[in-house]
Design a protein around this ligand. Structure first.
Ligand code: HEM
Ligand SMILES: [Cu+2]
Length: 579
Protein backbone atom coordinates (compact mmCIF):
# COMPACT_ATOMS: atom_id res chain seq x y z
CA UNK A 1 0.00 0.00 0.00
CA UNK A 2 1.06 3.54 0.56
CA UNK A 3 3.45 2.27 3.15
CA UNK A 4 6.84 2.02 1.49
CA UNK A 5 8.47 1.13 4.79
CA UNK A 6 5.93 -1.62 5.33
CA UNK A 7 8.47 -4.33 6.10
CA UNK A 8 10.21 -2.34 8.76
CA UNK A 9 7.13 -1.02 10.47
CA UNK A 10 4.97 -4.10 10.49
CA UNK A 11 7.10 -6.09 12.94
CA UNK A 12 6.66 -5.32 16.62
CA UNK A 13 10.20 -4.66 17.68
CA UNK A 14 10.58 -4.28 21.39
CA UNK A 15 13.54 -3.77 23.64
CA UNK A 16 13.67 -2.92 27.35
CA UNK A 17 15.34 0.45 27.82
CA UNK A 18 16.58 2.13 30.97
CA UNK A 19 15.23 5.34 32.48
CA UNK A 20 17.40 7.67 30.41
CA UNK A 21 16.55 6.12 27.08
CA UNK A 22 12.87 5.83 27.96
CA UNK A 23 12.19 9.32 29.25
CA UNK A 24 15.08 11.58 28.33
CA UNK A 25 16.89 10.44 25.19
CA UNK A 26 13.85 8.81 23.65
CA UNK A 27 13.05 8.46 19.99
CA UNK A 28 9.41 7.62 20.72
CA UNK A 29 7.18 10.30 19.20
CA UNK A 30 4.85 10.10 22.21
CA UNK A 31 7.63 10.79 24.70
CA UNK A 32 8.98 13.59 22.51
CA UNK A 33 5.51 15.15 22.43
CA UNK A 34 5.41 15.08 26.23
CA UNK A 35 8.87 16.60 26.45
CA UNK A 36 7.71 19.42 24.23
CA UNK A 37 4.62 19.76 26.42
CA UNK A 38 6.74 20.17 29.55
CA UNK A 39 8.95 22.75 27.84
CA UNK A 40 6.06 24.75 26.42
CA UNK A 41 4.20 24.83 29.74
CA UNK A 42 7.39 25.98 31.46
CA UNK A 43 7.72 28.81 28.96
CA UNK A 44 4.03 29.65 29.22
CA UNK A 45 4.52 30.36 32.93
CA UNK A 46 7.45 32.68 32.19
CA UNK A 47 5.63 34.38 29.30
CA UNK A 48 2.60 34.84 31.53
CA UNK A 49 4.73 36.29 34.31
CA UNK A 50 6.20 38.79 31.85
CA UNK A 51 2.63 39.71 30.82
CA UNK A 52 1.81 40.33 34.47
CA UNK A 53 4.74 42.71 34.92
CA UNK A 54 3.89 44.53 31.68
CA UNK A 55 0.28 44.96 32.75
CA UNK A 56 1.21 46.08 36.24
CA UNK A 57 3.50 48.73 34.87
CA UNK A 58 0.82 50.00 32.46
CA UNK A 59 -1.82 50.32 35.16
CA UNK A 60 0.37 51.53 38.01
CA UNK A 61 3.52 52.96 36.39
CA UNK A 62 6.62 53.08 38.53
CA UNK A 63 5.08 51.34 41.52
CA UNK A 64 6.25 48.02 42.95
CA UNK A 65 4.55 45.00 41.40
CA UNK A 66 3.35 42.64 44.16
CA UNK A 67 5.31 39.41 44.23
CA UNK A 68 8.15 40.75 42.11
CA UNK A 69 10.46 42.22 44.73
CA UNK A 70 12.66 39.11 44.56
CA UNK A 71 13.82 40.06 41.08
CA UNK A 72 17.24 41.65 41.60
CA UNK A 73 18.76 44.83 40.22
CA UNK A 74 19.46 45.80 37.48
CA UNK A 75 16.35 44.05 36.15
CA UNK A 76 13.96 45.61 38.61
CA UNK A 77 14.25 47.92 41.58
CA UNK A 78 12.37 46.42 44.53
CA UNK A 79 9.55 45.40 42.25
CA UNK A 80 9.57 48.53 40.07
CA UNK A 81 10.05 48.03 36.32
CA UNK A 82 12.58 50.48 34.84
CA UNK A 83 11.88 51.56 31.23
CA UNK A 84 14.75 49.54 29.68
CA UNK A 85 13.46 46.43 31.38
CA UNK A 86 9.94 47.15 30.13
CA UNK A 87 11.35 46.82 26.62
CA UNK A 88 12.96 43.53 27.58
CA UNK A 89 9.65 42.35 29.02
CA UNK A 90 7.59 42.95 25.89
CA UNK A 91 10.34 41.51 23.70
CA UNK A 92 10.60 38.38 25.80
CA UNK A 93 6.85 38.04 26.25
CA UNK A 94 6.26 38.12 22.47
CA UNK A 95 9.25 35.94 21.65
CA UNK A 96 8.38 33.38 24.30
CA UNK A 97 4.69 33.21 23.49
CA UNK A 98 5.12 32.86 19.73
CA UNK A 99 8.27 30.78 19.40
CA UNK A 100 8.51 28.95 22.71
CA UNK A 101 4.86 28.35 23.60
CA UNK A 102 2.65 28.51 20.51
CA UNK A 103 4.85 26.54 18.13
CA UNK A 104 5.96 23.81 20.54
CA UNK A 105 2.48 23.38 21.99
CA UNK A 106 0.42 23.40 18.82
CA UNK A 107 2.85 21.85 16.35
CA UNK A 108 5.35 19.85 18.31
CA UNK A 109 3.05 18.44 21.00
CA UNK A 110 -0.04 17.67 18.94
CA UNK A 111 1.78 16.99 15.67
CA UNK A 112 4.25 14.61 17.23
CA UNK A 113 1.74 12.87 19.40
CA UNK A 114 -1.05 12.51 16.88
CA UNK A 115 0.37 12.10 13.39
CA UNK A 116 1.84 8.58 13.78
CA UNK A 117 -1.12 7.40 15.85
CA UNK A 118 -3.71 8.86 13.52
CA UNK A 119 -2.20 7.47 10.34
CA UNK A 120 -1.57 4.07 11.89
CA UNK A 121 2.25 4.13 12.04
CA UNK A 122 4.59 2.92 14.74
CA UNK A 123 6.60 6.16 14.91
CA UNK A 124 7.77 9.09 12.82
CA UNK A 125 9.68 8.41 9.60
CA UNK A 126 12.90 9.69 11.20
CA UNK A 127 12.73 9.04 14.94
CA UNK A 128 16.31 10.13 15.61
CA UNK A 129 15.80 13.39 13.76
CA UNK A 130 12.75 13.84 15.94
CA UNK A 131 14.83 13.42 19.07
CA UNK A 132 17.41 15.84 17.68
CA UNK A 133 14.57 18.32 17.16
CA UNK A 134 13.56 18.36 20.81
CA UNK A 135 17.17 18.62 21.92
CA UNK A 136 17.92 21.50 19.60
CA UNK A 137 14.79 23.16 20.95
CA UNK A 138 16.05 22.59 24.48
CA UNK A 139 19.33 24.20 23.50
CA UNK A 140 17.40 27.15 22.03
CA UNK A 141 15.54 27.43 25.33
CA UNK A 142 18.79 27.45 27.28
CA UNK A 143 20.29 30.13 25.03
CA UNK A 144 17.22 32.31 25.48
CA UNK A 145 17.34 31.81 29.24
CA UNK A 146 21.04 32.64 29.38
CA UNK A 147 20.42 35.76 27.29
CA UNK A 148 18.45 37.17 30.21
CA UNK A 149 21.53 37.22 32.41
CA UNK A 150 24.36 38.50 30.21
CA UNK A 151 25.94 41.93 30.77
CA UNK A 152 23.98 44.66 29.01
CA UNK A 153 20.72 42.79 29.49
CA UNK A 154 18.46 40.80 27.22
CA UNK A 155 17.10 41.67 23.79
CA UNK A 156 14.81 44.67 23.87
CA UNK A 157 14.01 45.48 20.25
CA UNK A 158 10.55 43.85 20.30
CA UNK A 159 9.71 40.35 19.16
CA UNK A 160 9.98 41.59 15.58
CA UNK A 161 13.59 42.68 16.13
CA UNK A 162 13.36 45.71 13.82
CA UNK A 163 16.60 47.41 12.81
CA UNK A 164 18.13 49.87 13.20
CA UNK A 165 17.29 49.30 16.90
CA UNK A 166 18.35 45.67 16.67
CA UNK A 167 21.27 46.20 14.32
CA UNK A 168 23.73 48.04 16.53
CA UNK A 169 24.45 47.62 20.20
CA UNK A 170 24.81 51.35 20.79
CA UNK A 171 21.13 51.99 20.02
CA UNK A 172 19.79 49.94 22.91
CA UNK A 173 22.87 49.27 25.03
CA UNK A 174 22.14 45.58 24.53
CA UNK A 175 24.98 43.59 23.06
CA UNK A 176 25.16 39.90 23.89
CA UNK A 177 21.51 39.71 24.81
CA UNK A 178 20.50 40.56 21.25
CA UNK A 179 23.10 38.26 19.67
CA UNK A 180 21.91 35.37 21.79
CA UNK A 181 18.29 36.20 20.96
CA UNK A 182 19.12 35.76 17.27
CA UNK A 183 20.94 32.51 17.99
CA UNK A 184 18.05 31.19 20.11
CA UNK A 185 15.51 31.94 17.38
CA UNK A 186 17.74 30.37 14.72
CA UNK A 187 18.08 27.19 16.80
CA UNK A 188 14.34 27.11 17.36
CA UNK A 189 13.80 27.37 13.61
CA UNK A 190 16.24 24.49 13.05
CA UNK A 191 14.28 22.35 15.52
CA UNK A 192 11.01 23.02 13.73
CA UNK A 193 12.52 22.43 10.29
CA UNK A 194 13.41 18.94 11.51
CA UNK A 195 9.88 18.53 12.80
CA UNK A 196 8.36 19.73 9.53
CA UNK A 197 10.42 17.26 7.49
CA UNK A 198 9.26 14.48 9.78
CA UNK A 199 5.59 15.45 9.68
CA UNK A 200 5.52 15.58 5.89
CA UNK A 201 7.56 12.44 5.23
CA UNK A 202 5.70 10.43 7.84
CA UNK A 203 2.30 11.39 6.50
CA UNK A 204 3.26 10.71 2.91
CA UNK A 205 5.04 7.41 3.47
CA UNK A 206 3.98 5.70 6.66
CA UNK A 207 0.20 5.49 6.39
CA UNK A 208 -1.49 2.23 7.35
CA UNK A 209 -3.14 0.15 4.63
CA UNK A 210 -6.34 1.84 3.49
CA UNK A 211 -5.41 5.26 4.91
CA UNK A 212 -5.68 7.28 1.72
CA UNK A 213 -4.91 10.99 1.78
CA UNK A 214 -8.61 11.80 1.80
CA UNK A 215 -9.23 9.56 4.78
CA UNK A 216 -6.74 11.45 6.94
CA UNK A 217 -8.15 13.23 9.96
CA UNK A 218 -8.20 16.95 9.16
CA UNK A 219 -5.75 17.81 11.91
CA UNK A 220 -3.12 15.82 10.02
CA UNK A 221 -3.80 17.91 6.92
CA UNK A 222 -3.56 21.05 9.04
CA UNK A 223 -0.29 19.97 10.64
CA UNK A 224 1.43 19.12 7.37
CA UNK A 225 0.16 22.26 5.65
CA UNK A 226 1.48 24.25 8.61
CA UNK A 227 4.78 22.38 8.37
CA UNK A 228 5.15 23.10 4.66
CA UNK A 229 4.19 26.77 5.06
CA UNK A 230 6.77 27.07 7.84
CA UNK A 231 9.51 25.38 5.84
CA UNK A 232 8.89 27.56 2.77
CA UNK A 233 8.71 30.86 4.64
CA UNK A 234 11.52 30.60 7.13
CA UNK A 235 14.48 30.41 4.75
CA UNK A 236 14.63 34.11 3.84
CA UNK A 237 14.36 35.06 7.49
CA UNK A 238 17.22 32.78 8.51
CA UNK A 239 19.34 34.43 5.82
CA UNK A 240 18.14 37.81 7.06
CA UNK A 241 19.01 36.89 10.63
CA UNK A 242 22.56 35.97 9.62
CA UNK A 243 22.84 39.38 7.98
CA UNK A 244 21.56 41.02 11.16
CA UNK A 245 24.12 39.13 13.19
CA UNK A 246 26.86 40.23 10.77
CA UNK A 247 25.73 43.86 11.14
CA UNK A 248 26.07 43.50 14.88
CA UNK A 249 29.23 41.47 15.12
CA UNK A 250 31.51 42.42 12.22
CA UNK A 251 30.09 45.81 11.33
CA UNK A 252 28.43 45.19 7.96
CA UNK A 253 25.61 47.62 7.18
CA UNK A 254 22.85 45.58 5.54
CA UNK A 255 20.27 47.28 7.70
CA UNK A 256 22.11 50.34 8.96
CA UNK A 257 21.13 53.54 7.11
CA UNK A 258 24.34 55.42 7.81
CA UNK A 259 26.24 52.71 5.93
CA UNK A 260 23.77 52.73 3.05
CA UNK A 261 21.72 49.85 4.46
CA UNK A 262 17.95 49.38 4.44
CA UNK A 263 16.03 48.85 7.69
CA UNK A 264 13.00 48.11 5.54
CA UNK A 265 14.71 45.05 4.07
CA UNK A 266 14.46 43.34 7.45
CA UNK A 267 10.79 44.16 7.70
CA UNK A 268 10.17 42.47 4.36
CA UNK A 269 12.15 39.38 5.34
CA UNK A 270 10.59 39.25 8.79
CA UNK A 271 6.99 39.55 7.63
CA UNK A 272 7.47 37.30 4.62
CA UNK A 273 7.95 34.75 7.37
CA UNK A 274 5.87 36.42 10.05
CA UNK A 275 2.50 36.35 8.38
CA UNK A 276 2.70 32.71 7.24
CA UNK A 277 3.86 32.04 10.81
CA UNK A 278 0.47 33.20 12.05
CA UNK A 279 -1.10 30.41 10.00
CA UNK A 280 1.55 27.96 11.15
CA UNK A 281 0.09 28.57 14.62
CA UNK A 282 -3.52 28.86 13.57
CA UNK A 283 -3.85 25.77 11.37
CA UNK A 284 -3.02 23.17 14.04
CA UNK A 285 -5.45 24.93 16.39
CA UNK A 286 -8.14 24.79 13.70
CA UNK A 287 -7.24 21.13 13.29
CA UNK A 288 -7.92 20.53 16.97
CA UNK A 289 -11.37 22.09 16.68
CA UNK A 290 -12.04 20.12 13.51
CA UNK A 291 -11.43 16.88 15.42
CA UNK A 292 -13.47 17.87 18.46
CA UNK A 293 -16.64 19.34 16.92
CA UNK A 294 -17.78 16.20 15.05
CA UNK A 295 -17.18 14.02 18.13
CA UNK A 296 -19.33 16.15 20.41
CA UNK A 297 -22.02 16.90 17.88
CA UNK A 298 -22.07 13.27 16.68
CA UNK A 299 -22.11 14.38 13.08
CA UNK A 300 -19.78 13.98 10.11
CA UNK A 301 -17.69 17.04 9.40
CA UNK A 302 -19.40 19.26 6.85
CA UNK A 303 -17.31 19.76 3.70
CA UNK A 304 -14.24 17.62 4.35
CA UNK A 305 -12.64 18.25 0.98
CA UNK A 306 -13.55 21.95 0.68
CA UNK A 307 -11.90 22.43 4.07
CA UNK A 308 -8.70 20.85 2.78
CA UNK A 309 -8.73 22.92 -0.41
CA UNK A 310 -9.44 26.11 1.57
CA UNK A 311 -6.54 25.35 3.86
CA UNK A 312 -4.19 24.95 0.93
CA UNK A 313 -5.48 28.15 -0.70
CA UNK A 314 -5.03 30.03 2.59
CA UNK A 315 -1.54 28.57 2.88
CA UNK A 316 -0.62 29.84 -0.59
CA UNK A 317 -2.22 33.26 -0.09
CA UNK A 318 -0.35 33.68 3.19
CA UNK A 319 2.80 34.25 1.13
CA UNK A 320 1.48 37.36 -0.61
CA UNK A 321 0.05 39.43 2.22
CA UNK A 322 3.13 40.27 4.27
CA UNK A 323 3.38 43.99 3.53
CA UNK A 324 0.09 44.66 5.34
CA UNK A 325 2.40 45.02 8.35
CA UNK A 326 4.27 47.81 6.64
CA UNK A 327 1.68 50.27 5.36
CA UNK A 328 3.17 53.05 7.42
CA UNK A 329 6.80 51.94 7.32
CA UNK A 330 7.73 53.81 4.18
CA UNK A 331 6.98 51.24 1.49
CA UNK A 332 5.80 52.51 -1.87
CA UNK A 333 2.25 53.71 -1.15
CA UNK A 334 1.03 52.11 -4.38
CA UNK A 335 1.67 48.73 -2.76
CA UNK A 336 -0.95 49.36 -0.09
CA UNK A 337 -3.84 48.59 -2.42
CA UNK A 338 -2.65 45.18 -3.72
CA UNK A 339 -1.68 44.04 -0.23
CA UNK A 340 -5.01 45.19 1.20
CA UNK A 341 -6.78 43.17 -1.47
CA UNK A 342 -4.82 39.96 -0.89
CA UNK A 343 -5.35 40.36 2.84
CA UNK A 344 -9.08 40.65 2.52
CA UNK A 345 -9.04 37.78 0.02
CA UNK A 346 -7.45 35.48 2.57
CA UNK A 347 -10.45 35.80 4.84
CA UNK A 348 -12.52 33.94 2.20
CA UNK A 349 -11.04 30.45 2.74
CA UNK A 350 -11.12 30.96 6.50
CA UNK A 351 -14.71 32.12 6.37
CA UNK A 352 -15.48 28.96 4.42
CA UNK A 353 -13.92 26.82 7.13
CA UNK A 354 -15.85 28.65 9.84
CA UNK A 355 -19.10 28.10 7.92
CA UNK A 356 -18.21 24.42 7.54
CA UNK A 357 -17.76 24.21 11.29
CA UNK A 358 -21.07 25.89 11.97
CA UNK A 359 -22.75 23.56 9.48
CA UNK A 360 -21.15 20.63 11.30
CA UNK A 361 -22.80 21.75 14.53
CA UNK A 362 -26.14 22.38 12.83
CA UNK A 363 -28.77 19.99 14.17
CA UNK A 364 -26.14 17.81 15.82
CA UNK A 365 -26.80 16.19 19.18
CA UNK A 366 -24.36 18.47 20.89
CA UNK A 367 -22.86 17.84 24.32
CA UNK A 368 -20.60 20.22 26.20
CA UNK A 369 -17.72 18.53 27.97
CA UNK A 370 -14.67 20.72 28.60
CA UNK A 371 -12.86 20.02 25.29
CA UNK A 372 -16.00 21.01 23.38
CA UNK A 373 -16.37 24.20 25.42
CA UNK A 374 -12.82 25.22 24.66
CA UNK A 375 -13.27 24.30 20.99
CA UNK A 376 -16.37 26.48 20.72
CA UNK A 377 -14.57 29.19 22.70
CA UNK A 378 -11.71 29.12 20.18
CA UNK A 379 -14.17 29.63 17.39
CA UNK A 380 -15.99 32.51 19.07
CA UNK A 381 -12.86 34.34 20.13
CA UNK A 382 -11.07 33.75 16.87
CA UNK A 383 -14.01 35.18 14.98
CA UNK A 384 -13.46 38.56 16.65
CA UNK A 385 -9.76 38.31 15.89
CA UNK A 386 -10.43 37.48 12.27
CA UNK A 387 -13.06 40.18 11.78
CA UNK A 388 -10.88 42.91 13.27
CA UNK A 389 -8.11 41.62 10.99
CA UNK A 390 -10.15 42.85 8.05
CA UNK A 391 -10.02 46.32 9.63
CA UNK A 392 -6.30 46.45 10.30
CA UNK A 393 -5.59 44.73 6.98
CA UNK A 394 -7.03 47.61 5.00
CA UNK A 395 -4.53 50.40 4.60
CA UNK A 396 -6.85 53.36 5.28
CA UNK A 397 -7.86 52.00 8.67
CA UNK A 398 -4.43 50.70 9.56
CA UNK A 399 -2.81 54.07 8.99
CA UNK A 400 -4.64 55.15 12.12
CA UNK A 401 -4.53 51.88 14.06
CA UNK A 402 -0.99 50.76 13.33
CA UNK A 403 1.07 50.45 16.51
CA UNK A 404 -1.89 51.17 18.75
CA UNK A 405 -3.58 48.87 21.25
CA UNK A 406 -6.18 48.08 18.60
CA UNK A 407 -3.53 45.89 17.01
CA UNK A 408 -2.55 44.41 20.37
CA UNK A 409 -6.19 43.47 20.96
CA UNK A 410 -6.56 42.09 17.45
CA UNK A 411 -3.56 39.78 17.57
CA UNK A 412 -4.32 38.53 21.05
CA UNK A 413 -7.82 37.63 19.87
CA UNK A 414 -6.22 35.51 17.15
CA UNK A 415 -3.18 34.20 18.99
CA UNK A 416 -4.60 33.64 22.45
CA UNK A 417 -7.60 31.87 20.93
CA UNK A 418 -5.39 29.59 18.85
CA UNK A 419 -2.74 28.93 21.47
CA UNK A 420 -4.67 28.75 24.70
CA UNK A 421 -8.30 28.07 23.82
CA UNK A 422 -7.21 25.70 21.04
CA UNK A 423 -4.36 24.26 23.08
CA UNK A 424 -6.57 23.65 26.11
CA UNK A 425 -9.25 22.08 23.91
CA UNK A 426 -6.64 19.67 22.59
CA UNK A 427 -5.14 18.94 25.98
CA UNK A 428 -8.50 18.22 27.61
CA UNK A 429 -9.47 16.07 24.62
CA UNK A 430 -6.28 13.98 24.25
CA UNK A 431 -5.16 13.97 27.90
CA UNK A 432 -6.94 10.61 28.42
CA UNK A 433 -5.04 9.16 25.48
CA UNK A 434 -1.71 10.63 26.56
CA UNK A 435 -1.89 9.74 30.22
CA UNK A 436 -4.58 7.08 30.48
CA UNK A 437 -6.76 9.08 32.86
CA UNK A 438 -9.61 11.55 32.52
CA UNK A 439 -9.27 15.15 33.64
CA UNK A 440 -11.76 16.45 36.16
CA UNK A 441 -14.82 17.86 34.40
CA UNK A 442 -15.97 20.27 37.12
CA UNK A 443 -12.57 21.92 37.37
CA UNK A 444 -12.37 21.93 33.58
CA UNK A 445 -15.68 23.75 33.25
CA UNK A 446 -14.77 26.32 35.92
CA UNK A 447 -11.46 26.83 34.13
CA UNK A 448 -13.26 27.40 30.83
CA UNK A 449 -15.84 29.85 32.17
CA UNK A 450 -13.22 31.94 33.98
CA UNK A 451 -10.82 31.91 31.05
CA UNK A 452 -13.53 32.86 28.59
CA UNK A 453 -14.91 35.75 30.62
CA UNK A 454 -11.57 37.07 31.83
CA UNK A 455 -9.96 36.78 28.41
CA UNK A 456 -12.65 39.05 26.99
CA UNK A 457 -12.56 41.53 29.85
CA UNK A 458 -8.78 41.70 29.45
CA UNK A 459 -8.51 42.11 25.72
CA UNK A 460 -11.76 43.64 24.50
CA UNK A 461 -11.17 46.99 26.24
CA UNK A 462 -7.82 47.17 24.42
CA UNK A 463 -9.79 47.93 21.25
CA UNK A 464 -11.06 51.07 22.99
CA UNK A 465 -7.56 51.99 24.11
CA UNK A 466 -6.45 51.66 20.52
CA UNK A 467 -9.29 53.74 19.16
CA UNK A 468 -8.41 56.30 21.84
CA UNK A 469 -4.92 56.43 20.36
CA UNK A 470 -2.87 54.59 22.97
CA UNK A 471 0.37 53.43 21.34
CA UNK A 472 1.78 49.97 21.92
CA UNK A 473 5.24 49.42 23.40
CA UNK A 474 5.15 52.43 25.70
CA UNK A 475 6.26 51.93 29.27
CA UNK A 476 4.25 54.69 30.87
CA UNK A 477 1.01 55.90 29.27
CA UNK A 478 0.58 58.45 32.06
CA UNK A 479 3.36 60.53 30.51
CA UNK A 480 0.99 61.55 27.72
CA UNK A 481 -1.70 63.97 28.70
CA UNK A 482 -4.12 62.77 26.03
CA UNK A 483 -3.90 59.21 27.38
CA UNK A 484 -4.55 60.04 31.01
CA UNK A 485 -8.36 59.87 30.69
CA UNK A 486 -7.91 56.29 29.43
CA UNK A 487 -6.06 55.18 32.54
CA UNK A 488 -9.12 53.64 34.27
CA UNK A 489 -9.38 51.25 31.30
CA UNK A 490 -5.75 50.27 31.82
CA UNK A 491 -6.42 49.60 35.49
CA UNK A 492 -9.46 47.51 34.64
CA UNK A 493 -7.53 45.49 32.03
CA UNK A 494 -4.72 44.80 34.46
CA UNK A 495 -7.14 43.56 37.11
CA UNK A 496 -8.71 41.21 34.58
CA UNK A 497 -5.34 40.04 33.30
CA UNK A 498 -4.16 39.18 36.81
CA UNK A 499 -7.32 37.16 37.47
CA UNK A 500 -6.96 35.52 34.05
CA UNK A 501 -3.43 34.44 34.88
CA UNK A 502 -4.38 33.21 38.35
CA UNK A 503 -7.30 31.21 37.00
CA UNK A 504 -4.87 29.18 34.90
CA UNK A 505 -3.81 27.66 38.21
CA UNK A 506 -7.05 25.67 38.05
CA UNK A 507 -5.74 23.97 34.94
CA UNK A 508 -2.41 23.24 36.62
CA UNK A 509 -4.14 21.69 39.63
CA UNK A 510 -6.45 19.65 37.41
CA UNK A 511 -3.57 18.50 35.23
CA UNK A 512 -1.38 17.21 38.04
CA UNK A 513 -4.27 15.85 40.11
CA UNK A 514 -5.64 13.96 37.10
CA UNK A 515 -2.23 12.54 36.20
CA UNK A 516 -2.32 10.52 39.40
CA UNK A 517 -5.94 10.48 40.55
CA UNK A 518 -8.07 10.92 37.43
CA UNK A 519 -10.62 8.29 36.49
CA UNK A 520 -9.10 5.55 34.30
CA UNK A 521 -9.98 6.50 30.75
CA UNK A 522 -10.04 3.29 28.75
CA UNK A 523 -9.11 3.28 25.07
CA UNK A 524 -11.95 5.39 23.70
CA UNK A 525 -13.67 7.58 26.30
CA UNK A 526 -15.22 9.97 23.77
CA UNK A 527 -16.42 7.27 21.35
CA UNK A 528 -14.43 8.75 18.51
CA UNK A 529 -13.53 7.17 15.19
CA UNK A 530 -9.92 8.03 14.50
CA UNK A 531 -7.17 5.47 14.88
CA UNK A 532 -5.54 6.82 18.04
CA UNK A 533 -8.68 5.76 19.94
CA UNK A 534 -8.41 2.18 18.71
CA UNK A 535 -5.33 1.47 20.79
CA UNK A 536 -4.90 1.45 24.56
CA UNK A 537 -4.54 4.65 26.64
CA UNK A 538 -1.68 5.39 26.85
CA UNK A 539 -0.67 3.49 23.71
CA UNK A 540 2.09 0.90 23.92
CA UNK A 541 5.59 1.83 22.80
CA UNK A 542 4.95 0.56 19.28
CA UNK A 543 1.48 2.25 19.18
CA UNK A 544 -0.52 -0.70 17.83
CA UNK A 545 -0.05 -4.36 18.57
CA UNK A 546 -1.09 -4.96 15.00
CA UNK A 547 -1.04 -2.22 12.37
CA UNK A 548 -4.70 -1.36 11.73
CA UNK A 549 -6.37 -1.52 8.34
CA UNK A 550 -8.46 1.51 7.46
CA UNK A 551 -11.86 1.16 5.81
CA UNK A 552 -13.32 4.64 5.80
CA UNK A 553 -13.00 8.35 6.55
CA UNK A 554 -12.59 9.72 10.06
CA UNK A 555 -15.95 11.35 10.75
CA UNK A 556 -18.64 8.73 10.24
CA UNK A 557 -20.96 9.49 13.13
CA UNK A 558 -24.67 8.73 13.42
CA UNK A 559 -24.91 6.78 10.20
CA UNK A 560 -28.44 5.39 9.90
CA UNK A 561 -27.28 1.90 8.91
CA UNK A 562 -25.00 1.28 11.89
CA UNK A 563 -25.90 0.04 15.35
CA UNK A 564 -23.75 2.55 17.24
CA UNK A 565 -23.61 6.26 16.43
CA UNK A 566 -19.92 5.93 15.64
CA UNK A 567 -17.95 3.76 13.27
CA UNK A 568 -14.20 3.57 13.83
CA UNK A 569 -11.94 3.96 10.82
CA UNK A 570 -10.46 0.52 11.35
CA UNK A 571 -13.69 -1.40 11.87
CA UNK A 572 -14.69 -3.64 8.97
CA UNK A 573 -18.34 -3.35 8.04
CA UNK A 574 -20.01 -6.03 10.14
CA UNK A 575 -22.62 -8.27 8.57
CA UNK A 576 -25.20 -7.85 11.34
CA UNK A 577 -25.06 -4.07 11.37
CA UNK A 578 -25.49 -3.88 7.60
CA UNK A 579 -28.94 -3.14 6.37
C1 HEM B 1 -2.69 36.46 29.93
C2 HEM B 1 -2.24 36.48 28.74
C3 HEM B 1 -1.62 37.65 28.06
C4 HEM B 1 -1.56 38.97 28.42
C5 HEM B 1 -2.15 39.62 29.67
C6 HEM B 1 -0.82 39.67 27.39
C7 HEM B 1 -0.55 41.03 27.40
C8 HEM B 1 0.29 41.68 26.51
C9 HEM B 1 0.66 43.04 26.57
C10 HEM B 1 0.18 44.02 27.61
C11 HEM B 1 1.51 43.30 25.54
C12 HEM B 1 2.26 44.58 25.29
C13 HEM B 1 1.80 45.37 24.19
C14 HEM B 1 2.63 46.58 24.02
O1 HEM B 1 2.91 47.34 24.98
O2 HEM B 1 2.99 46.84 22.87
C15 HEM B 1 1.65 42.09 24.80
C16 HEM B 1 2.43 41.95 23.65
C17 HEM B 1 2.48 40.80 22.90
N1 HEM B 1 1.88 39.58 23.18
FE1 HEM B 1 0.72 39.18 24.80
N2 HEM B 1 -0.45 38.78 26.43
C18 HEM B 1 -0.93 37.54 26.79
C19 HEM B 1 -0.80 36.36 26.06
C20 HEM B 1 -0.19 36.26 24.82
C21 HEM B 1 -0.20 35.10 23.97
C22 HEM B 1 -0.87 33.78 24.29
C23 HEM B 1 0.51 35.41 22.86
C24 HEM B 1 0.84 34.59 21.64
C25 HEM B 1 0.85 33.35 21.50
C26 HEM B 1 0.97 36.76 22.99
C27 HEM B 1 1.74 37.42 22.05
C28 HEM B 1 2.16 38.72 22.16
C29 HEM B 1 3.02 39.37 21.19
C30 HEM B 1 3.59 38.76 19.91
C31 HEM B 1 3.22 40.67 21.66
C32 HEM B 1 4.02 41.77 20.98
C33 HEM B 1 5.33 41.95 21.61
C34 HEM B 1 6.04 43.09 20.98
O3 HEM B 1 5.41 44.14 20.81
O4 HEM B 1 7.22 42.91 20.65
N3 HEM B 1 0.53 37.25 24.19
N4 HEM B 1 0.91 41.10 25.41
CU1 LIG C 1 0.10 39.52 8.69
Amino acid sequence: MSNILGDVTQGTYHEEKGFWRTYVFSTDHKVIAKQYLALSLFWAVLGGFAAYLIRWQLAYPETAAPGASWIPEPFMYEGVVPPEFYNVLITMHGTIMVFFVAMPLLLAVFGNYLIPLMIGARDMAFPRLNMLSVWVFTLASLVLLISLFVPGGAASAGWTGYPPLSAKAIYTGVNWGMNLWIVAIALEFAAFLMGGINFLTTTLNMRAPGMTLFRLPLIVWMQITAGVVFMLSVGPLIAGAVMLLLDRVIGTTFYVPEGGGQPLLWQHLFWFFGHPEVYVILLPALGIILEILPVFSRKPIFGYRPIIYSTIVAGILSFIVWAHHQYVSGIDPRLAMPFSITTILISVPFALIVFALIATLWKGSISFPTPMLFALGTLGVFLIGGLTGIFVGSAPVDIYFHDTYFVVAHFHYTLFSAVFFGGFAGLYFWFPKMFGRMMNETLGKIHFVLTFILFNTTFFPMFFLGIGGMMRRIANPMQYEFLQPLQPINVFITGSAILLLISQGIFAINFFWSLFRGRIAGPNPWQANTLEWSTSSPPPHENFHKIPTVYRGPYEYSLPETAEDWLPQNQPELEEVKK
